[in-house]
Design a protein around this ligand. Structure first.
Ligand code: G6P
Length: 575
Protein backbone atom coordinates (compact mmCIF):
# COMPACT_ATOMS: atom_id res chain seq x y z
CA UNK A 1 0.00 0.00 0.00
CA UNK A 2 1.35 3.36 -0.86
CA UNK A 3 0.78 6.23 1.42
CA UNK A 4 1.87 9.75 0.75
CA UNK A 5 2.69 11.98 3.62
CA UNK A 6 4.23 15.35 3.85
CA UNK A 7 7.71 16.22 4.92
CA UNK A 8 8.72 17.21 8.32
CA UNK A 9 12.34 16.77 9.25
CA UNK A 10 15.48 14.73 8.83
CA UNK A 11 19.25 15.19 9.05
CA UNK A 12 21.62 12.57 7.80
CA UNK A 13 25.30 12.61 7.26
CA UNK A 14 25.74 15.50 9.63
CA UNK A 15 29.19 15.48 11.17
CA UNK A 16 27.92 14.95 14.69
CA UNK A 17 26.31 11.70 13.82
CA UNK A 18 24.38 10.88 16.95
CA UNK A 19 20.92 9.46 16.52
CA UNK A 20 17.94 11.12 18.10
CA UNK A 21 14.23 11.11 17.93
CA UNK A 22 11.96 12.85 15.52
CA UNK A 23 8.31 13.41 14.94
CA UNK A 24 5.47 12.58 12.68
CA UNK A 25 2.67 14.35 10.92
CA UNK A 26 -0.71 12.68 10.64
CA UNK A 27 -1.01 10.24 7.80
CA UNK A 28 -3.13 10.64 4.76
CA UNK A 29 -5.79 8.15 3.81
CA UNK A 30 -4.54 4.65 3.28
CA UNK A 31 -7.02 3.88 0.55
CA UNK A 32 -5.07 2.74 -2.46
CA UNK A 33 -4.94 3.65 -6.07
CA UNK A 34 -5.96 7.27 -6.59
CA UNK A 35 -4.68 9.61 -9.18
CA UNK A 36 -2.71 12.49 -7.85
CA UNK A 37 -2.33 15.97 -9.12
CA UNK A 38 -0.01 18.47 -7.70
CA UNK A 39 1.57 21.79 -8.11
CA UNK A 40 4.48 22.51 -5.90
CA UNK A 41 2.64 25.47 -4.39
CA UNK A 42 -0.03 23.20 -3.05
CA UNK A 43 2.41 20.70 -1.74
CA UNK A 44 2.99 21.76 1.79
CA UNK A 45 -0.52 22.80 2.70
CA UNK A 46 -2.33 20.02 0.93
CA UNK A 47 -0.55 17.37 2.85
CA UNK A 48 -1.76 18.87 6.02
CA UNK A 49 -5.29 18.90 4.76
CA UNK A 50 -4.97 15.23 3.98
CA UNK A 51 -3.78 14.62 7.49
CA UNK A 52 -6.74 16.36 8.99
CA UNK A 53 -9.23 14.61 6.82
CA UNK A 54 -7.76 11.27 7.61
CA UNK A 55 -8.19 11.99 11.27
CA UNK A 56 -11.89 12.50 10.63
CA UNK A 57 -12.47 9.70 8.21
CA UNK A 58 -9.78 7.09 8.33
CA UNK A 59 -10.02 4.89 5.29
CA UNK A 60 -13.78 4.72 5.33
CA UNK A 61 -16.28 5.61 2.66
CA UNK A 62 -15.04 9.15 2.63
CA UNK A 63 -11.63 8.24 1.41
CA UNK A 64 -9.55 10.84 -0.26
CA UNK A 65 -9.72 11.02 -3.99
CA UNK A 66 -6.44 12.75 -4.42
CA UNK A 67 -3.04 12.55 -2.98
CA UNK A 68 -0.89 15.55 -3.46
CA UNK A 69 2.73 14.85 -3.89
CA UNK A 70 5.87 16.77 -4.57
CA UNK A 71 6.78 17.01 -8.22
CA UNK A 72 9.82 14.88 -7.56
CA UNK A 73 7.51 11.97 -6.96
CA UNK A 74 5.95 12.35 -10.33
CA UNK A 75 8.06 10.67 -12.74
CA UNK A 76 8.36 6.99 -12.98
CA UNK A 77 4.88 5.65 -12.96
CA UNK A 78 3.97 8.00 -15.71
CA UNK A 79 6.97 7.24 -17.80
CA UNK A 80 6.46 3.53 -17.65
CA UNK A 81 2.77 3.69 -17.98
CA UNK A 82 2.78 6.00 -20.96
CA UNK A 83 5.24 3.96 -22.82
CA UNK A 84 2.83 1.12 -22.41
CA UNK A 85 5.59 -1.42 -22.13
CA UNK A 86 4.66 -2.79 -18.78
CA UNK A 87 1.23 -3.50 -17.52
CA UNK A 88 0.32 -3.01 -13.89
CA UNK A 89 1.26 -6.08 -11.92
CA UNK A 90 3.93 -7.12 -14.40
CA UNK A 91 7.10 -8.25 -12.66
CA UNK A 92 9.22 -6.68 -15.37
CA UNK A 93 8.51 -3.28 -13.93
CA UNK A 94 11.76 -3.43 -11.99
CA UNK A 95 13.72 -4.12 -15.10
CA UNK A 96 12.03 -1.26 -16.86
CA UNK A 97 12.95 1.06 -14.09
CA UNK A 98 16.54 -0.02 -14.07
CA UNK A 99 16.87 0.57 -17.78
CA UNK A 100 14.88 3.77 -17.93
CA UNK A 101 17.03 6.68 -18.90
CA UNK A 102 16.97 9.79 -16.84
CA UNK A 103 16.19 11.85 -19.91
CA UNK A 104 12.97 10.02 -20.54
CA UNK A 105 11.91 10.43 -16.98
CA UNK A 106 12.72 14.08 -16.90
CA UNK A 107 10.82 14.71 -20.08
CA UNK A 108 7.79 13.12 -18.52
CA UNK A 109 8.17 15.12 -15.37
CA UNK A 110 7.92 18.34 -17.32
CA UNK A 111 4.59 17.49 -18.77
CA UNK A 112 2.93 15.63 -15.97
CA UNK A 113 2.69 16.72 -12.37
CA UNK A 114 1.07 13.44 -11.61
CA UNK A 115 1.91 10.34 -9.71
CA UNK A 116 -0.17 7.54 -11.06
CA UNK A 117 -0.45 4.75 -8.60
CA UNK A 118 -0.94 1.69 -10.72
CA UNK A 119 -3.00 -1.33 -9.89
CA UNK A 120 -5.10 -2.35 -6.96
CA UNK A 121 -4.58 -3.91 -4.52
CA UNK A 122 -0.99 -4.51 -5.69
CA UNK A 123 0.09 -0.98 -6.04
CA UNK A 124 3.13 -0.11 -8.01
CA UNK A 125 4.66 3.27 -7.80
CA UNK A 126 7.83 4.72 -9.07
CA UNK A 127 9.60 7.47 -7.30
CA UNK A 128 12.40 9.67 -8.40
CA UNK A 129 13.94 11.34 -5.46
CA UNK A 130 16.42 14.11 -5.44
CA UNK A 131 18.13 16.25 -2.97
CA UNK A 132 17.31 19.79 -3.84
CA UNK A 133 20.45 21.79 -4.15
CA UNK A 134 22.38 19.02 -5.79
CA UNK A 135 20.23 18.79 -8.85
CA UNK A 136 19.67 21.73 -11.09
CA UNK A 137 15.90 22.20 -11.12
CA UNK A 138 16.05 23.97 -14.46
CA UNK A 139 17.84 21.11 -16.11
CA UNK A 140 15.59 18.59 -14.46
CA UNK A 141 12.45 20.53 -15.17
CA UNK A 142 11.06 19.95 -11.70
CA UNK A 143 12.06 20.84 -8.22
CA UNK A 144 13.02 17.49 -6.78
CA UNK A 145 12.03 16.70 -3.24
CA UNK A 146 13.91 14.52 -0.82
CA UNK A 147 12.02 11.35 -0.10
CA UNK A 148 12.09 8.57 2.36
CA UNK A 149 10.32 5.22 2.14
CA UNK A 150 8.91 3.74 5.30
CA UNK A 151 8.95 -0.03 5.25
CA UNK A 152 5.90 -1.22 7.12
CA UNK A 153 4.24 -4.59 7.53
CA UNK A 154 2.90 -5.33 4.06
CA UNK A 155 2.95 -1.67 3.13
CA UNK A 156 5.31 1.07 2.12
CA UNK A 157 4.87 4.66 3.05
CA UNK A 158 6.30 7.53 1.08
CA UNK A 159 7.07 10.70 2.90
CA UNK A 160 9.28 13.64 2.49
CA UNK A 161 10.88 13.05 5.83
CA UNK A 162 10.97 10.32 8.42
CA UNK A 163 9.07 12.12 11.13
CA UNK A 164 5.91 11.75 9.11
CA UNK A 165 6.36 8.01 9.17
CA UNK A 166 7.48 7.26 12.69
CA UNK A 167 4.01 6.41 13.92
CA UNK A 168 3.77 3.60 11.41
CA UNK A 169 7.24 2.16 11.14
CA UNK A 170 10.76 2.78 12.28
CA UNK A 171 12.29 1.13 9.23
CA UNK A 172 13.16 3.60 6.50
CA UNK A 173 15.07 3.81 3.26
CA UNK A 174 16.41 7.24 2.34
CA UNK A 175 16.46 7.99 -1.35
CA UNK A 176 19.41 9.87 -2.76
CA UNK A 177 19.73 11.98 -5.87
CA UNK A 178 18.73 10.13 -9.02
CA UNK A 179 17.39 7.21 -7.04
CA UNK A 180 14.43 5.44 -8.42
CA UNK A 181 12.30 3.29 -6.19
CA UNK A 182 9.89 0.71 -7.41
CA UNK A 183 7.37 -0.33 -4.86
CA UNK A 184 5.46 -3.45 -5.65
CA UNK A 185 3.29 -5.01 -3.01
CA UNK A 186 5.57 -5.65 -0.09
CA UNK A 187 8.84 -4.99 -1.92
CA UNK A 188 10.72 -1.78 -2.52
CA UNK A 189 13.61 -1.85 -4.92
CA UNK A 190 15.95 1.05 -5.37
CA UNK A 191 17.98 1.80 -8.48
CA UNK A 192 20.27 4.69 -9.04
CA UNK A 193 19.89 6.09 -12.51
CA UNK A 194 23.33 7.62 -12.60
CA UNK A 195 25.28 4.85 -10.98
CA UNK A 196 23.64 1.61 -11.90
CA UNK A 197 26.28 -0.42 -10.09
CA UNK A 198 25.72 1.23 -6.78
CA UNK A 199 24.79 -1.29 -4.10
CA UNK A 200 21.16 -1.20 -3.03
CA UNK A 201 20.49 0.93 0.01
CA UNK A 202 19.61 -0.89 3.16
CA UNK A 203 16.70 0.05 5.36
CA UNK A 204 17.78 1.98 8.45
CA UNK A 205 16.13 1.95 11.83
CA UNK A 206 14.91 5.29 13.14
CA UNK A 207 15.95 5.97 16.67
CA UNK A 208 12.60 7.29 17.80
CA UNK A 209 11.16 7.15 21.19
CA UNK A 210 7.56 5.97 20.87
CA UNK A 211 6.57 8.43 23.54
CA UNK A 212 7.47 11.23 21.18
CA UNK A 213 4.92 10.19 18.62
CA UNK A 214 1.95 10.31 20.98
CA UNK A 215 0.19 12.99 22.93
CA UNK A 216 -0.01 11.24 26.26
CA UNK A 217 -2.11 13.37 28.58
CA UNK A 218 -1.73 16.56 26.56
CA UNK A 219 -4.61 17.98 24.51
CA UNK A 220 -2.34 18.84 21.58
CA UNK A 221 1.28 18.72 20.44
CA UNK A 222 1.92 22.41 20.93
CA UNK A 223 1.31 22.22 24.66
CA UNK A 224 3.17 18.95 24.92
CA UNK A 225 6.16 20.46 23.17
CA UNK A 226 6.12 23.61 25.27
CA UNK A 227 6.11 21.40 28.35
CA UNK A 228 9.14 19.55 27.03
CA UNK A 229 11.20 22.72 27.62
CA UNK A 230 13.26 21.41 30.58
CA UNK A 231 14.06 18.16 28.79
CA UNK A 232 14.89 20.06 25.60
CA UNK A 233 17.44 22.30 27.30
CA UNK A 234 18.89 19.33 29.16
CA UNK A 235 19.26 17.35 26.00
CA UNK A 236 20.87 20.27 24.09
CA UNK A 237 23.59 20.61 26.72
CA UNK A 238 24.02 16.95 27.59
CA UNK A 239 27.65 15.89 27.20
CA UNK A 240 28.47 19.30 25.75
CA UNK A 241 28.39 21.82 28.61
CA UNK A 242 30.75 20.31 31.13
CA UNK A 243 30.64 22.83 33.95
CA UNK A 244 32.69 20.70 36.34
CA UNK A 245 35.54 20.56 33.83
CA UNK A 246 35.03 24.13 32.65
CA UNK A 247 34.70 22.75 29.15
CA UNK A 248 32.42 22.82 26.14
CA UNK A 249 32.55 19.89 23.80
CA UNK A 250 30.84 20.20 20.46
CA UNK A 251 31.67 17.07 18.52
CA UNK A 252 30.02 18.38 15.36
CA UNK A 253 32.47 21.28 15.12
CA UNK A 254 35.65 19.37 15.88
CA UNK A 255 36.53 18.75 12.26
CA UNK A 256 36.55 22.50 11.51
CA UNK A 257 38.13 23.88 14.67
CA UNK A 258 41.23 24.95 12.74
CA UNK A 259 39.12 26.90 10.23
CA UNK A 260 36.98 28.46 12.94
CA UNK A 261 40.06 30.20 14.36
CA UNK A 262 40.30 32.31 11.19
CA UNK A 263 36.64 33.28 11.01
CA UNK A 264 36.14 37.03 11.44
CA UNK A 265 32.48 37.31 10.43
CA UNK A 266 29.49 35.02 10.70
CA UNK A 267 26.39 35.37 8.57
CA UNK A 268 23.41 33.54 10.01
CA UNK A 269 20.64 32.59 7.59
CA UNK A 270 17.28 31.19 8.63
CA UNK A 271 13.52 31.60 8.35
CA UNK A 272 10.67 32.08 10.80
CA UNK A 273 11.36 31.15 14.38
CA UNK A 274 14.85 29.95 13.49
CA UNK A 275 15.60 33.47 12.23
CA UNK A 276 14.67 34.90 15.61
CA UNK A 277 16.88 32.33 17.32
CA UNK A 278 19.60 33.63 14.99
CA UNK A 279 18.99 37.18 16.21
CA UNK A 280 19.44 36.04 19.80
CA UNK A 281 22.59 34.27 18.60
CA UNK A 282 23.89 37.54 17.21
CA UNK A 283 23.98 39.03 20.72
CA UNK A 284 25.50 35.88 22.15
CA UNK A 285 28.27 35.43 19.59
CA UNK A 286 29.17 39.10 19.36
CA UNK A 287 29.22 39.64 23.10
CA UNK A 288 30.71 36.35 24.23
CA UNK A 289 33.01 35.51 21.33
CA UNK A 290 33.64 38.98 19.92
CA UNK A 291 32.95 37.90 16.34
CA UNK A 292 30.76 40.21 14.23
CA UNK A 293 27.50 38.53 13.25
CA UNK A 294 24.90 39.44 10.69
CA UNK A 295 21.55 37.68 10.62
CA UNK A 296 19.65 37.51 7.38
CA UNK A 297 16.35 36.07 6.34
CA UNK A 298 17.28 33.26 3.99
CA UNK A 299 14.60 34.38 1.54
CA UNK A 300 16.34 37.77 1.25
CA UNK A 301 19.90 36.52 1.41
CA UNK A 302 19.58 34.28 -1.58
CA UNK A 303 18.75 37.20 -3.88
CA UNK A 304 21.39 39.61 -2.57
CA UNK A 305 24.72 40.26 -4.09
CA UNK A 306 26.96 41.12 -1.22
CA UNK A 307 30.70 40.91 -0.68
CA UNK A 308 31.76 37.67 0.95
CA UNK A 309 35.29 36.90 2.04
CA UNK A 310 36.60 33.45 2.76
CA UNK A 311 37.01 34.31 6.41
CA UNK A 312 33.22 34.58 6.69
CA UNK A 313 31.27 31.54 7.83
CA UNK A 314 27.66 30.98 6.89
CA UNK A 315 25.58 29.47 9.67
CA UNK A 316 22.21 28.04 8.68
CA UNK A 317 19.67 27.47 11.44
CA UNK A 318 16.72 25.21 10.77
CA UNK A 319 14.47 22.97 12.77
CA UNK A 320 13.46 20.79 9.84
CA UNK A 321 16.64 21.09 7.84
CA UNK A 322 14.43 21.19 4.76
CA UNK A 323 13.37 24.82 4.42
CA UNK A 324 13.73 25.73 0.76
CA UNK A 325 15.00 29.28 1.27
CA UNK A 326 17.63 28.23 3.79
CA UNK A 327 18.79 25.49 1.47
CA UNK A 328 18.99 28.04 -1.36
CA UNK A 329 21.08 30.35 0.86
CA UNK A 330 23.56 27.55 1.50
CA UNK A 331 23.61 26.71 -2.15
CA UNK A 332 24.33 30.30 -3.09
CA UNK A 333 27.71 30.26 -1.31
CA UNK A 334 28.58 26.76 -2.48
CA UNK A 335 31.44 27.94 -4.66
CA UNK A 336 32.64 30.79 -2.46
CA UNK A 337 34.95 28.54 -0.50
CA UNK A 338 33.39 29.64 2.78
CA UNK A 339 32.72 27.44 5.76
CA UNK A 340 29.09 26.38 5.91
CA UNK A 341 27.81 25.50 9.34
CA UNK A 342 24.42 24.27 10.54
CA UNK A 343 22.29 24.18 13.64
CA UNK A 344 19.67 21.62 12.76
CA UNK A 345 17.17 19.59 14.69
CA UNK A 346 16.24 16.89 12.23
CA UNK A 347 18.45 13.93 11.59
CA UNK A 348 18.95 13.16 7.91
CA UNK A 349 17.85 16.50 6.49
CA UNK A 350 19.19 18.27 3.47
CA UNK A 351 20.73 21.15 5.41
CA UNK A 352 22.69 18.83 7.66
CA UNK A 353 24.00 17.07 4.62
CA UNK A 354 24.93 20.27 2.84
CA UNK A 355 26.88 21.86 5.68
CA UNK A 356 30.55 21.25 6.43
CA UNK A 357 29.97 20.95 10.14
CA UNK A 358 27.27 21.65 12.65
CA UNK A 359 25.55 21.05 15.92
CA UNK A 360 22.35 19.15 16.37
CA UNK A 361 19.61 20.58 18.55
CA UNK A 362 18.55 17.21 19.95
CA UNK A 363 15.09 18.61 20.61
CA UNK A 364 13.38 15.50 19.30
CA UNK A 365 10.44 15.62 16.92
CA UNK A 366 8.46 18.81 16.85
CA UNK A 367 4.98 18.22 15.51
CA UNK A 368 2.98 21.39 16.08
CA UNK A 369 3.42 23.74 13.16
CA UNK A 370 4.48 26.68 15.33
CA UNK A 371 7.98 26.00 16.57
CA UNK A 372 8.38 26.03 20.34
CA UNK A 373 10.91 23.69 21.89
CA UNK A 374 13.16 23.85 18.82
CA UNK A 375 13.66 27.57 19.46
CA UNK A 376 14.84 26.81 23.00
CA UNK A 377 17.24 24.20 21.69
CA UNK A 378 18.55 26.53 18.98
CA UNK A 379 19.26 29.32 21.45
CA UNK A 380 20.86 26.88 23.89
CA UNK A 381 23.10 25.56 21.13
CA UNK A 382 23.94 29.13 20.06
CA UNK A 383 25.00 29.85 23.65
CA UNK A 384 27.27 26.82 23.57
CA UNK A 385 28.72 27.83 20.21
CA UNK A 386 29.34 31.40 21.40
CA UNK A 387 31.17 30.14 24.48
CA UNK A 388 33.04 27.56 22.45
CA UNK A 389 34.22 30.18 19.94
CA UNK A 390 35.42 32.27 22.84
CA UNK A 391 37.54 29.36 23.93
CA UNK A 392 37.18 29.96 27.63
CA UNK A 393 38.54 33.52 27.44
CA UNK A 394 35.48 35.37 28.76
CA UNK A 395 34.85 35.56 32.47
CA UNK A 396 31.25 34.67 31.63
CA UNK A 397 32.38 31.18 30.59
CA UNK A 398 32.09 29.33 33.88
CA UNK A 399 29.05 31.20 35.28
CA UNK A 400 27.16 30.60 32.07
CA UNK A 401 28.06 26.94 31.95
CA UNK A 402 26.75 26.59 35.50
CA UNK A 403 23.64 28.55 34.60
CA UNK A 404 22.92 26.21 31.70
CA UNK A 405 22.88 23.38 34.22
CA UNK A 406 20.31 25.23 36.31
CA UNK A 407 18.17 26.32 33.39
CA UNK A 408 15.99 23.21 33.05
CA UNK A 409 14.78 23.70 36.63
CA UNK A 410 14.04 27.35 35.90
CA UNK A 411 12.16 26.38 32.75
CA UNK A 412 10.10 24.04 34.90
CA UNK A 413 9.35 26.91 37.24
CA UNK A 414 7.97 28.91 34.31
CA UNK A 415 5.80 25.95 33.33
CA UNK A 416 4.55 25.56 36.88
CA UNK A 417 3.12 29.06 36.47
CA UNK A 418 1.13 28.06 33.36
CA UNK A 419 -2.25 28.52 35.06
CA UNK A 420 -1.44 32.12 35.87
CA UNK A 421 -0.23 32.75 32.31
CA UNK A 422 -3.47 31.16 31.07
CA UNK A 423 -5.56 33.43 33.31
CA UNK A 424 -3.82 36.54 31.98
CA UNK A 425 -3.85 35.36 28.36
CA UNK A 426 -7.60 34.74 28.48
CA UNK A 427 -8.12 38.29 29.67
CA UNK A 428 -6.46 39.54 26.47
CA UNK A 429 -7.92 36.98 24.08
CA UNK A 430 -10.43 39.34 22.50
CA UNK A 431 -8.12 42.11 21.38
CA UNK A 432 -7.32 42.31 17.67
CA UNK A 433 -3.87 43.90 17.85
CA UNK A 434 -0.80 43.42 19.99
CA UNK A 435 2.53 45.11 20.31
CA UNK A 436 5.53 43.26 21.76
CA UNK A 437 8.52 45.26 22.91
CA UNK A 438 11.89 44.60 24.49
CA UNK A 439 15.42 45.92 24.53
CA UNK A 440 18.71 44.26 23.82
CA UNK A 441 18.27 40.50 23.48
CA UNK A 442 14.67 40.83 24.68
CA UNK A 443 13.96 42.48 21.33
CA UNK A 444 14.28 39.21 19.36
CA UNK A 445 12.28 37.61 22.19
CA UNK A 446 9.56 40.17 21.47
CA UNK A 447 9.70 39.34 17.75
CA UNK A 448 9.39 35.64 18.43
CA UNK A 449 6.54 36.28 20.89
CA UNK A 450 4.66 38.30 18.28
CA UNK A 451 5.23 35.60 15.67
CA UNK A 452 3.81 32.94 18.00
CA UNK A 453 0.66 35.02 18.49
CA UNK A 454 0.25 35.58 14.75
CA UNK A 455 0.77 31.92 13.92
CA UNK A 456 -1.59 30.46 16.50
CA UNK A 457 -4.14 33.18 17.20
CA UNK A 458 -4.33 34.92 13.82
CA UNK A 459 -4.05 38.23 15.62
CA UNK A 460 -2.14 41.21 14.38
CA UNK A 461 1.00 41.34 16.48
CA UNK A 462 4.14 43.27 15.82
CA UNK A 463 7.35 43.67 17.66
CA UNK A 464 9.48 46.72 18.19
CA UNK A 465 12.68 47.55 19.97
CA UNK A 466 11.32 49.43 23.00
CA UNK A 467 13.62 52.35 22.23
CA UNK A 468 11.81 52.87 18.92
CA UNK A 469 8.39 53.54 20.48
CA UNK A 470 8.62 57.27 19.86
CA UNK A 471 9.48 56.72 16.21
CA UNK A 472 6.10 55.38 15.23
CA UNK A 473 4.49 52.67 17.35
CA UNK A 474 3.28 55.07 20.02
CA UNK A 475 0.84 56.45 17.47
CA UNK A 476 -1.02 53.13 17.44
CA UNK A 477 -1.47 52.92 21.17
CA UNK A 478 -4.93 53.30 22.63
CA UNK A 479 -7.15 51.27 24.95
CA UNK A 480 -7.70 48.62 22.29
CA UNK A 481 -4.03 48.05 21.57
CA UNK A 482 -2.28 46.13 24.36
CA UNK A 483 1.49 45.83 24.68
CA UNK A 484 3.41 42.84 25.92
CA UNK A 485 6.59 44.26 27.45
CA UNK A 486 9.60 42.10 28.18
CA UNK A 487 11.16 43.80 31.13
CA UNK A 488 13.38 41.25 32.80
CA UNK A 489 16.64 42.12 34.60
CA UNK A 490 18.97 44.16 32.45
CA UNK A 491 20.99 47.34 32.68
CA UNK A 492 18.28 48.90 30.49
CA UNK A 493 15.42 48.14 32.87
CA UNK A 494 14.74 51.76 33.81
CA UNK A 495 14.52 52.75 30.16
CA UNK A 496 11.87 50.14 29.53
CA UNK A 497 9.94 51.41 32.55
CA UNK A 498 9.74 54.79 30.76
CA UNK A 499 8.32 53.06 27.70
CA UNK A 500 5.66 51.44 29.85
CA UNK A 501 4.73 54.81 31.34
CA UNK A 502 4.38 56.32 27.87
CA UNK A 503 2.09 53.50 26.81
CA UNK A 504 -0.03 53.68 29.94
CA UNK A 505 -0.32 57.46 29.59
CA UNK A 506 -2.05 56.82 26.24
CA UNK A 507 -4.45 54.33 27.74
CA UNK A 508 -2.71 51.26 26.35
CA UNK A 509 -3.07 48.08 28.44
CA UNK A 510 0.30 46.56 29.40
CA UNK A 511 1.25 42.99 30.25
CA UNK A 512 4.79 42.75 31.54
CA UNK A 513 7.11 39.80 31.68
CA UNK A 514 9.37 40.55 34.63
CA UNK A 515 11.87 38.86 36.88
CA UNK A 516 10.58 37.31 40.07
CA UNK A 517 11.01 39.70 42.97
CA UNK A 518 10.39 42.84 40.91
CA UNK A 519 7.49 44.33 42.85
CA UNK A 520 7.87 47.83 41.40
CA UNK A 521 6.63 46.63 38.03
CA UNK A 522 3.21 45.78 39.49
CA UNK A 523 2.51 49.46 39.96
CA UNK A 524 3.32 50.23 36.35
CA UNK A 525 1.40 47.55 34.49
CA UNK A 526 -2.02 45.97 34.24
CA UNK A 527 -0.70 42.44 34.52
CA UNK A 528 2.66 40.90 35.32
CA UNK A 529 3.97 37.44 34.48
CA UNK A 530 7.01 36.51 36.50
CA UNK A 531 9.91 34.27 35.54
CA UNK A 532 12.92 33.20 37.61
CA UNK A 533 16.08 35.29 37.57
CA UNK A 534 18.70 34.20 35.08
CA UNK A 535 21.62 36.11 33.53
CA UNK A 536 20.94 38.35 30.57
CA UNK A 537 22.40 35.82 28.12
CA UNK A 538 20.01 33.03 29.06
CA UNK A 539 16.88 35.14 29.53
CA UNK A 540 15.57 34.68 25.96
CA UNK A 541 15.18 30.97 26.65
CA UNK A 542 12.78 31.63 29.50
CA UNK A 543 11.10 34.55 27.68
CA UNK A 544 10.22 32.14 24.90
CA UNK A 545 8.44 29.66 27.18
CA UNK A 546 6.26 32.46 28.55
CA UNK A 547 5.41 33.97 25.17
CA UNK A 548 4.68 30.52 23.78
CA UNK A 549 2.24 29.79 26.60
CA UNK A 550 0.68 33.24 26.26
CA UNK A 551 0.04 32.74 22.53
CA UNK A 552 -1.11 29.18 23.11
CA UNK A 553 -3.75 30.11 25.66
CA UNK A 554 -5.06 32.99 23.57
CA UNK A 555 -5.38 30.67 20.58
CA UNK A 556 -7.13 28.01 22.66
CA UNK A 557 -9.46 30.54 24.10
CA UNK A 558 -10.36 31.66 20.56
CA UNK A 559 -11.01 28.03 19.66
CA UNK A 560 -8.25 27.53 17.10
CA UNK A 561 -6.38 24.41 16.08
CA UNK A 562 -3.00 25.25 17.61
CA UNK A 563 -1.19 22.30 16.06
CA UNK A 564 -2.25 23.13 12.54
CA UNK A 565 -2.86 26.83 12.14
CA UNK A 566 -4.63 27.79 8.94
CA UNK A 567 -2.49 28.50 5.87
CA UNK A 568 0.77 27.40 7.49
CA UNK A 569 2.99 24.38 7.07
CA UNK A 570 5.56 22.85 9.35
CA UNK A 571 8.28 22.70 6.74
CA UNK A 572 8.22 25.15 3.90
CA UNK A 573 9.89 23.16 1.18
CA UNK A 574 8.92 25.40 -1.69
CA UNK A 575 9.76 29.04 -2.19
C1 G6P B 1 7.77 27.36 8.96
C2 G6P B 1 7.34 26.85 10.33
C3 G6P B 1 8.03 27.66 11.42
C4 G6P B 1 9.53 27.61 11.22
C5 G6P B 1 9.94 28.07 9.83
C6 G6P B 1 11.39 27.78 9.55
O1 G6P B 1 7.29 28.63 8.76
O2 G6P B 1 5.95 26.94 10.47
O3 G6P B 1 7.69 27.13 12.68
O4 G6P B 1 10.14 28.42 12.17
O5 G6P B 1 9.19 27.35 8.84
O6 G6P B 1 11.57 26.40 9.55
P1 G6P B 1 12.90 25.64 9.87
O7 G6P B 1 12.50 24.19 9.83
O8 G6P B 1 13.87 26.01 8.80
O9 G6P B 1 13.36 26.05 11.21
Amino acid sequence: MVELLRRETGVRGHPENESFAEESTPPSCKCPGRTTTSSSDQYASQFRVLGQREALAPCGGDHLETHVVGPGVVVLADAICDRGRIAPGDDRINEAVASASLDVLIAKAESAQVLRVIGEPEIQAGVLAGQRGQLDPEAVGVDLEPLVIGVGKGEHILASDPTAIMKHTKKVIYLEDYDMAVITGDKAQIHNLKDKKRPTQKAELLDYDNEQAVLGDFPNFMLKEIFEAPATIRSAILGRALADRNLIKLGGLESVLGQLKYIDRIVIVACGTSYYAGLVGEYLIEELAGIPVEVQLASEFKYRDEPFSRSTALLAISQSGETADTIAALKKVENYGVLRLGIVNSVGSTIARMTDAGVYCHAGPEQAVASTKAFLAQVTVLTLIALHLNDGQTKRFKPLLEELDDLPAKAQEVLDNADEIKRIAEKYANYRDFLYIGRNNAYPSAMEGALKLKECSYLHAEAYAAGEMKHGPLAMIDKDFPTFVIVTDSPLLEKTYSNIQEIRARGGPVVALATKGNTAIKELCDDVIYMPATPLETQPILHAIVTQLFAYYIAMSRGYDVDRPRNLAKSVTVE
